[in-house]
Design a protein around this ligand. Structure first.
Ligand SMILES: Cc1ncc(COP(=O)(O)O)c(C=O)c1O
Length: 433
């Protein structure tokens, strides 16, 4: 166990805070985020990337965990952000996030979202749709602003990860397919437009990756097309965005340092730039999961325990698929501990299920707990900081839990829990009834 998570007096502590006490003070279910862990990851990114390579930038992928407080942390750290919706843009503006440090991604940006982004003055728009350019140009004219444009390519490589989080293969809803008659006209339209500046190329090949072969393969494809742009139009790209996808530890995975992925990528970027005769473009990455996953844990209170003789023992908690959909969606696996019995031997195998009306609402399969486990105990699931809160739903009209930030023994709300009233506040009884 690392120092962010430790056991003291038989109880689990997270960033210096007693998790059993947090559960009592703030209620459960509860997302807990460790400031120190986020800060540690941001400094690793600085050491391995932004301080090491000239012009390098990190654009944190907001989709992993987006709150106004998180944007405040990133703003102070000097990091850029990647947003994919009007809602994320709205939160960024609310946090007073500098517009030029925002990059706008998304495979189907709504005209209203493009308008919002151009008005705000975001630093990059990453084009991912075949009919997107006229929408951007219209907003540019309206606000009399020129936009920096990146083009997201579909490199046609299949990274090894869960099928739902592979995004770089040719059959994908993301990116511009690299067919000459599709890709080149889009590039030409950008070059010819007085409202758009062709800034560079973007790729994102998948998530939870532990090898760099697919990254390198995709970068080769990207640089082939950078060369093609140079020969066809004499234009040079100024920036290459490698995307995110750096793997994290949920159960037994071995987390690799950012340098494992980035050093070979930077070497290849330099070689390929020389080969095609362009100045080396500035590199950008978009990590999401690797910044926040291990910074999060979720606390639940144990309720009903159902021992089906000879088959399985179900231990239910007061949350489930509404606060963590990843198990049902991707068969994701997590680890955890009974926080108030962290010093006891965990020798009984149980299945931890949620309270939602779905048989698939399982959080932990074959999970070891002390045989003394009982109603009222506190379960902590680890590494829930990414794609947990941000993917939460109101299924069964259960409120989205709150988020507490912990830091060196101190704690405070980052997001307050939703109330029943907030769930129904937009419900109306139709006049036509
Ligand atoms: C375009 C883009 N960038 C970055 C990310 C972040 O990936 P990860 O959270 O795995 O780092 C994603 C995730 O889906 C993405 O689609």
């Amino acid at each position: 166990m690392d120092n962010i998570r430790e056991i003291r007096d038989g109880k689990l502590f997270f960033d210096g805070c007693d998790t059993v006490e947090l559960a009592r003070k703030y209620g459960t279910p509860l997302y807990v985020m460790s400031y120190s862990e986020i800060e540690k990851r941001l400094s690793e990114l600085k050491r391995d990337f932004t301080d090491k390579y000239k012009g390098a930038r990190v654009a944190y992928a907001s989709k992993a965990f987006c709150t106004v407080g998180m944007y405040e942390i990133l703003k102070r750290a000097g990091v850029c952000i990647d947003v994919v919706s009007g809602g994320e843009l709205y939160a960024a503006e609310k946090a007073g996030f500098p517009a030029e440090r925002v990059e706008f991604n998304g495979n189907n940006k709504l005209p209203s979202e493009v308008d919002q982004a151009v008005r705000y003055g975001v630093g990059r728009i990453i084009v991912d749709g075949l009919q997107e350019l006229p929408i951007i140009v219209e907003a540019c004219k309206k606000y009399n602003k020129k936009m920096n444009i990146m083009v997201r390519i579909t490199p046609g490589v299949a990274a090894s990860t869960h099928d739902y989080i592979v995004t770089g293969k040719k059959d994908s809803k993301f990116g511009i397919p690299l067919d000459e008659d599709v890709f080149l006209p889009i590039i030409k339209e950008i070059i010819d437009s007085e409202w758009l500046d062709l800034y560079g190329l973007h790729m994102h090949i998948g998530s939870q990756l532990f090898e760099n072969d697919a990254f390198l393969e995709a970068l080769d494809v990207l640089m082939d097309w950078a060369g093609r742009i140079k020969t066809e139009y004499g234009a040079e790209i100024k920036e290459v965005n490698f995307g995110g996808g750096f793997g994290v530890k949920y159960t037994n995975e071995e987390r690799k340092p950012y340098s494992f992925f980035l050093d070979p990528m930077m070497k290849r970027l330099e070689e390929r730039s020389n080969e095609i005769g362009i100045d080396m473009p500035a590199p950008v990455i978009e990590p999401g999961r690797s910044v926040v996953a291990e910074a999060g844990m979720t606390l639940y209170t144990i309720g009903q325990i159902k021992d089906i003789k000879g088959i399985r023992k179900y231990v239910s908690v007061d949350g489930g698929m509404g606060d963590n959909i990843r198990v049902a969606l991707y068969q994701a696996e997590y680890d955890g501990v009974i926080a108030n019995r962290a010093g006891e031997t965990a020798d009984e195998t149980v299945t931890v299920c949620g309270k939602y009306c779905e048989s698939g609402d399982i959080l932990l399969k074959d999970f070891k707990v002390p045989s003394s486990v009982s109603m009222g105990d506190i379960l902590a699931t680890y590494s829930t900081g990414a794609y947990g809160y941000s993917m939460a739903s109101n299924y069964n009209n259960n409120p989205v839990p709150g988020v507490v930030l912990v830091r060196d023994g101190k704690s405070d709300w980052m997001v307050k829990p939703q109330t029943y009233e907030q769930i129904v506040q937009n419900n109306v009884i139709p006049d036509i009834l």
